[in-house]
Design a protein around this ligand. Structure first.
Ligand code: ATP
Ligand code: MG
Length: 437
């Protein structure tokens, strides 16, 4: 047995390893067997390296290596030799090879094959799909941007919280929820942390954020909706207006964008050149958007939320003005959920959506903190205040003005990395038809 399967990753090997013994480990990406010499391309977390095996050096070891199916996992202990003809500048001459796992044949899909692989095949075999460097790059960037969001929020005095995902009733009405059996009762999977993060504003914690999973039983099957998705949610107390929430949102987005920019290698693999963005983001009101749409001969009834058609026209208009991100503010009250703070006229609301290149990536608002107004709005929205007892209770014993937003992580990544389908941004997507793997 090789005493340490891996002493070096492919990219850690340099001049100081030349002519010494190293152990490398990974998946066999390819074997080129020329009869007396074989080149094995081994792939690890950092990239690939070449193991060069000469039959005359060790016939048994040679036969063992070349007989292995692609994607088998091995550890190789050998001498690292400088070789300018090899891409990495070195090759490994094996002394010992240990087979850690033999791959079945044929592979359900190739890792490096250039032939187009069907979307469904890729997602049926997502663990193989994830062996591709361009797919891994998405998740390395995902990790970076989420980390930067947390970092930014903590620096701005937010604490991370976790609210229940099994809930007794709908948080907002409107969205379809997944029903689950909860002992002798029915329960639902949370579509958002909305009601809980608002209840936390009655505690004195003042600034909270949550990064978690949400479940929406909407039957639509689009390239921008998942039935299980992740979001950055925040709620902050003692605000004067929705503008304070927007400032946090735009600065967090800027941090995330700039964090992605530091992933140079991954961006290069994905062939993405990230544009420079600045804050403040452009702000346009709902009414101004309606006018802009009218100018482009696109009529939409006042009061309705924007659909994908409108979103994409708005995106084009903003692109012409070199705006990557933009806020749409002051939505009609009737277009937003019951907890949204109205303007004094009761016609408009203190709400905003953050758009990015024609796609909504976040929604937020100042919320109602007055209990009577909240009950009035719940009723106006055709809901029953009785179903919100425990939530409403939090407004009866001291609730400061507050607001917050929900920011879709997959939506952000999709726009950041110019991906055509939101499923690319989540490891194992859940959609209308996919529940496996
Ligand atoms: P849309 O109108 O685009 O369906 P929404 O307005 O219903 O979205 P919100 O309830 O405002 O969504 O949720 C906050 C954010 O969460 C959205 O701005 C979006 O980024 C993300 N999001 C919402 N629904 C989904 C979904 N089904 N799949 C992926 N992300 C979603
Ligand atoms: Mg929204």
């Amino acid at each position: 047995m090789i005493e340490k399967y891996r002493t070096h990753y492919s990219k850690e090997i340099g001049k100081k390893e030349y002519n010494s013994i190293v152990s490398v480990a990974g998946w066999i990406e390819d074997i080129r067997n020329l009869g007396s010499i074989a080149f094995v391309i081994l792939r690890d977390k950092q990239g690939t390296l070449q193991v060069t095996c000469l039959k005359k050096d060790d016939k048994k070891l040679f036969e063992k290596l070349v007989s292995l199916p692609r994607e088998s996992v091995i550890s190789v202990k050998g001498i690292c030799k400088e070789n300018e003809k090899v891409r990495n500048g070195y090759e490994i001459l094996p002394k010992e090879v240990e087979i850690l796992s033999i791959s079945d044949k044929p592979l359900p899909m190739g890792v490096v094959d250039k032939t187009g692989i069907e979307f469904e095949t890729r997602f049926d075999n997502r663990f193989i799909d994830l062996r591709k460097i361009e797919i891994q790059a998405i998740f390395k960037i995902r990790d970076k941007v989420i980390d930067s969001a947390k970092d930014f929020l903590r620096k701005n005095d937010f604490i991370e919280v976790h609210t229940p995902k099994i809930i007794a009733s709908a948080s907002e009405g409107g969205t379809d929820l997944f029903k689950v059996k909860y002992f002798e009762k029915n329960a639902f999977l949370a579509q958002s942390p909305q009601l809980y993060k608002q209840m936390l504003m009655a505690t004195g914690l003042d600034r909270v954020f949550e990064i978690a999973w949400y479940f929406r039983a909407e039957k639509h099957n689009t390239t921008r909706h998942l039935n299980e998705s992740t979001a950055v949610d925040i709620e902050m107390a003692f605000i004067n207006s929705e503008e304070e929430v927007m400032k946090i949102l735009e600065n967090m987005t800027l941090e995330m964008w700039n964090a992605a920019k530091t992933c140079k290698e991954e961006l290069e693999i994905l062939d993405i050149d990230l544009e420079k963005i600045n804050v403040p983001f452009k702000r346009v009101t709902y009414d101004e958007v309606i006018e802009l749409l009218n100018e482009r001969d696109h009529k939409i009834e006042w009061g309705a939320d924007f659909g994908s058609k409108e979103e994409s026209i708005i995106g084009k208009i903003m692109e012409e003005e070199n705006e990557v991100f933009y806020f749409i503010t002051k939505y009609p009250l009737e277009a937003k959920p019951f907890y949204t703070m109205p303007y004094e006229d009761m016609k408009y609301s203190r709400s905003f959506d953050l758009g990015c290149k024609g796609l909504e990536i976040a929604s937020g608002s100042q919320r109602i903190h007055d209990k009577n107004l909240l009950i009035e709005r719940i009723e106006k929205c055709g809901l029953n205040p009785k179903d919100f007892e425990s939530y409403l209770k939090a407004f009866r014993y001291g609730m400061p003005p507050h607001g917050g937003f929900g920011f879709g992580i997959e939506r952000f990544l999709m726009q950041l990395l110019k991906l055509k389908n939101i499923r690319e941004c989540i490891l194992f997507p859940r959609d209308r038809t996919r529940l496996i793997p």
